[in-house]
Every structure is written in C-alpha cells, then in structure tokens.
Design a protein around this ligand. Structure first.
Ligand code: ZN
Length: 76
C-alpha cells in the first residue's frame, strides 16, 4: 500500500489501542477493506520486526504492507 492510500485510510479510522509495536485502529465508518472490498472491523499495524498477537476470537484476516509494516484487516 502506498503512502497516500495508507494516510487516507488511517485518517478515517479511530485509534483504539497501542501496545509495544502493535497499533490498532477501529473502523467506525465501514470503510472497505482494500484486499477484499468488504467492510473490515479493525486495522492492526505491526511495526516491529517480530510481533505476536493474541486473538480473542476467530476472525478472517486480510493482509497488506506499508513501509515495512504489516497491516492486518480483521473481519469477524
Ligand atoms: Zn478483507
């Protein structure tokens, strides 16, 4: 994902949580996922070389990258 698309995406989302290298944004405006074009629930940005996620639910994930960071789009 390029800078323009990433910045536009993040500016429309609500920051939810930041822990270690992982930052989560909530999609309160039903933006479409860039991978599958269905609205996603949260965007998870993983900025460290290695991160672990503890998922509390089973969810579908779509994945992209921006500037070396992994972007996860969650769908419940
Ligand atoms: Zn998706």
């Amino acid at each position: 994902m390029d800078d323009a698309a990433y910045n536009e995406l993040v500016s429309s989302l609500t920051p939810y949580e930041e822990a270690g290298g992982v930052k989560t944004y909530t999609n309160t405006v039903s933006l479409a996922c860039p991978a599958c074009e269905e609205p996603f629930d949260d965007l998870v940005v993983c900025r460290d070389e290695f991160d672990s996620l503890e998922l509390s639910k089973v969810m579908d994930l779509c994945v992209s990258t921006h500037d070396g960071n992994v972007l996860l789009f969650t769908h419940q």
